[in-house]
Design a protein around this ligand. Structure first.
Ligand code: NDP
Ligand code: 2IT
Length: 452
């Protein structure tokens, strides 16, 4: 980046920080995009005159609301709900709902901002949004989860619709929660319509939606490796997380001959040097989805495995890494460990899992293929888009059909990254490629609409 671009970036970011005080995650996500877009538009005056990047960084609207519900002891509980409707230039707002105690406006704005670029990359007509609540599902009974979801939707329904804003799952929100929210929406509006994705198959869900984010992160890695005439087979893989994205990422890796040696949750990580099998993974899914237990139990169940409390897996030597838990889970030190241990590829199942400094360390190494979340985890929202199509058609496609669409969408994303991210020496900067390709389509639509 030359000095002029660096100055432009600095003044752009100063304004972002001034207008969004106390929102570090949002500033981080905008900075990551602006690092590539500010130099890209430096010789394209129309984008600057029309303030396209400035407009993209300002959400269309944010709805904040009180969620009141009663727990099993008859106590009244108060949470805060949000929906960030970031940008609908290319389609209805689309993006997940997160239930986690760490949810706040900064976190949801970073996720909504990223979602705009991600959804654009899929090639499907979806704008970007994100929502959630600071509700902690851990330790809650089935009925408490149900009452919370119903209370949350009792306000949210006013702001969403199949052609307006279509939420889905994210951390703490899976098929169970989507079911409760969809049921409440249907009860209130008395219409059966495709207002949420990630639904069960019995009421309009798509095959492969549950698997899509994890599978997609593996397909992205496969694309990056095959671009360099390499493959996943026989490679040692580190995964973080043990939720929706991580478990299906593990399933696909094992199926392709990868050796998955770690998984984690917020309590720490398990290391199984022999590698997970489909049977062991099934045990983890049962543990997490039915018993709602902790990953440390794995090390007691399977001999040879160890549990590392309050640690992340990145120091374990590996060929490939798949962060699939949460934001900023790879620090600069973790990144140095990964690079020193010879890690060849990182595919981000989670959103913004690497800190700004970590990205810098990885990019500095030059020999690590690193796909950002907005490219690598776009498979989830892509199949959500396909669920919307199936709902409109009142049809349900086969597993093979959906999987084929998913593969070709991820291939398309990889190709866009290569088109816009390849340097003169042949090195592909997947962050730059994804940011520019995602930006171009949304910017073109915004220009077409005029000043608004
Ligand atoms: P889940 O709730 O199913 O699983 C989340 C996993 O990450 C759990 O193992 C959880 O551990 C761990 N985790 C969550 N927060 C933290 C934290 N603050 N510190 C340490 N560990 C944590 O969520 P998903 O698998 O759906 O989501 C994982 C990531 O993937 C998120 O970044 C999400 O935004 C992203 N993503 C999800 C998509 C989807 O379709 N679901 C699509 C695209 C991206 P514990 O149970 O102990 O909290
Ligand atoms: O971050 C994401 O892309 C998601 N949580 C999925 C969004 C969706 O609408 O399927």
């Amino acid at each position: 980046m030359n000095a002029q671009h660096a100055d432009a970036l600095q003044s752009f970011m100063e304004e972002i920080e001034r207008r969004n005080p106390g929102e570090p995650e949002f500033a981080q996500a905008v900075h990551e995009v602006a690092m590539d877009i500010v130099p890209y538009i430096a010789d394209k005056p129309v984008y600057q005159e029309l303030k396209i990047l400035e407009r993209m960084a300002e959400p269309d609207r944010i709805v904040t609301f009180r969620v009141v519900w009663e727990n099993d002891h008859g106590e009244i509980c108060v949470n805060r709900g949000f929906r960030v409707q970031q940008n609908n230039a290319i389609g209805p707002y689309k993006g997940g709902i997160r239930f986690h105690p760490s949810v706040n406006q900064s976190v949801l704005k970073f996720l909504a901002f990223e979602q705009v670029f991600k959804n654009s990359l899929t090639g499907l007509p979806m704008g970007g949004g994100k929502g959630g609540a600071d509700f902690d599902p851990k330790g809650k009974s089935e009925r408490e989860i149900m009452r919370f979801c119903q209370a949350f939707m009792t306000e949210l329904y006013k702001h969403i619709g199949p052609n307006t804003d279509v939420p889905a799952g994210d951390i703490g929100v899976g098929g169970r929660e989507v079911g409760y929210m969809f049921g409440q929406y249907k009860r209130i509006v008395n219409r059966f319509e495709g207002v949420l994705t990630g639904k069960s198959l019995e009421f309009g869900g798509s095959r492969i939606r549950a698997e899509a984010t994890g599978y997609g992160a593996v397909y992205m890695m496969e694309e990056m490796l095959s671009h360099h005439k390499e493959s996943i087979e026989g490679k040692t893989c580190l995964l973080s997380g043990a939720g929706n994205v991580a478990t299906y990422c593990a399933e696909k890796l094992i199926g392709m001959g990868g050796k998955v040696v770690t998984m984690s949750d917020s309590g720490g990580f398990i290391h199984d040097p022999g590698g997970l099998t489909h049977e062991k993974l099934q045990w983890i899914m049962e543990l997490k989805n039915r018993r709602r237990g902790r990953i440390e139990e794995y090390a007691r169940e399977f001999s040879g495995a160890t549990f590392h409390a309050d640690e992340r897996p990145w120091k374990v030597p590996c060929d490939l890494a798949f962060p699939c838990a949460t934001q900023n889970e790879i620090t600069a030190d973790d990144a140095r460990q990964l690079v020193e241990n010879g890690c060849r590829g990182i595919s981000e199942g989670a959103n913004m899992p690497a800190t700004t400094e970590a990205i810098r360390v990885i990019q500095g190494a030059k020999n690590v293929l690193h796909a950002p979340g907005k490219a690598a985890n776009a498979g989830g929202v892509a199949v959500s888009g396909l669920e919307m199509s199936q709902n409109s058609l009142r049809l349900q496609w086969s597993r093979a059909e959906v999987d084929q669409h998913l593969r070709s969408i991820i291939r398309g994303i990889h190709d866009q990254c290569v088109e816009f991210g390849t340097a003169a020496d042949g090195h592909v900067d997947y962050f730059k490629g994804a940011n520019i390709a995602g930006f171009n389509k949304v910017a073109a639509a915004m220009i077409a609409y005029g000043v608004m």
